[in-house]
Design a protein around this ligand. Structure first.
Ligand SMILES: [Zn+2]
Length: 345
């Protein structure tokens, strides 16, 4: 049996909550900035990494918007998606659901949803074929847009939903002041087509926001959901409905949902019997990646190999892939897990 840190490095992983725009590495941003003649606040990787470093929500949006400014063509979309999958491969992430805010790119660069989807799908195909990494996309609504703008994403999904590439509709952006009910009509449109929903809720807002998200048609998982723990009855409801939580520990600390990792409520959620997955959200912006998240929670909460295995099994079980792919993932996961844990020290 390997020591726990080595197990974390090598273990097969599945990640359900990570934003493609928020996962663009400084190297990729430099390449895109040069390609599109966008001036960046630094001209090398170290400088950009420093600039990426999370300070507050305002700065986070500034970095995020600059990244979006640099993604101006379908080729750029392919570049960020392909480089993302390569990064997942390096961490032995065998399956990933990655969120993409198509509406923002359509607004900013008049890039059609169809053109974006074509580039995203090409990157996922290449990742499956050349890297053995499976990936699906979550197309999300930025919650600050108007209800009718939110419907643009929903209508496109309702018409073009392809379960081989699209996992679900999501909802991200600022939670405070923008309750889930704002986009109820959009979710009704996708719900009528049987498209699953994975809205963010219970991150910077509490139980009321979670209850609103649970009422949206199709909700089967929650992005974050950690603040549901402020209401024991709500925790019971999540458990009864088998709602899986996509917990992003470092993101929660950066956004001050909890003061520090030892005060994160991950142990409370596990004690309540909820199905929890571990995720990186916007990795370089929170100075993390999925592997680091596992290191941090293990060092803080003393988790053993079995708990790490359960987090990943939960993610594979909650994945919105086909049953054929799930069977393949389970087989791969079990084989690799056995190989790693059986290895002599
Ligand atoms: Zn997120």
């Amino acid at each position: 049996m390997k020591n726990i840190a080595e197990t974390i490095e090598k273990m097969p992983k599945a990640e359900l909550h990570v934003h493609l725009e928020g996962a663009v590495q400084p190297e990729t941003l430099l390449e895109l900035g040069e390609r599109n003649k966008v001036s960046l606040p630094a001209s090398d990787v170290d400088g950009l990494l420093k600039w990426y470093n999370f300070e507050d929500f305002h700065k986070f949006i500034e970095v995020y918007m600059k990244i979006c400014e640099c993604i101006s063509t379908a080729d750029d979309v392919f570049t960020v998606a392909w480089e993302f999958f390569q990064g997942q491969k390096k961490q032995n992430i065998i399956y990933t659901e990655v969120t993409w805010t198509a509406y923002t790119h359509m607004l900013q660069h008049e890039l059609s949803f169809d053109a974006q989807a074509e580039a995203l799908y090409a990157a996922a195909d290449k990742a499956a074929k050349e890297l053995g990494v499976r990936g699906l996309y979550v197309f999300d609504i930025p919650r600050q847009v108007s209800a009718s703008e939110g419907i643009v994403t929903a209508k496109w999904l309702a018409k073009n939903y392809n379960p081989d590439y699209i996992a679900a509709i999501g909802m991200g952006g600022p939670e405070v002041g923008f309750p889930p009910e704002r986009h109820a009509r959009a979710f009704k449109i996708t719900g009528a087509k049987g498209i699953p929903a994975v809205p963010h809720a219970g991150e910077t807002e509490g139980p009321l926001s979670v209850r609103g998200a649970l009422k949206l048609p199709g909700t089967i998982r929650l992005g974050h959901g950690v603040r549901a723990a402020e209401d024991p009855l709500l925790l019971e409801e999540l458990k009864e409905r088998d709602i899986v939580l996509e917990v992003c520990p470092s993101s929660n600390i950066c956004l001050k949902v909890f003061p520090d990792l030892p005060h994160h409520n991950l142990p409370v959620l596990l004690d309540a019997g909820l199905k929890v997955t571990i995720n990186s959200d916007d990795p370089p912006m929170f100075s993390t990646d999925l592997t680091s998240e596992y290191h941090k929670i293990t060092e803080t909460f003393g988790y053993g190999a079995q708990q790490l295995k359960t987090f990943n099994e939960n993610a594979i079980e909650a994945a919105l892939c086909s049953e054929d792919v799930r069977t393949e993932l389970k087989r791969k996961f079990e084989t690799e897990w056995k190989d790693i844990t059986d290895e002599p020290d």
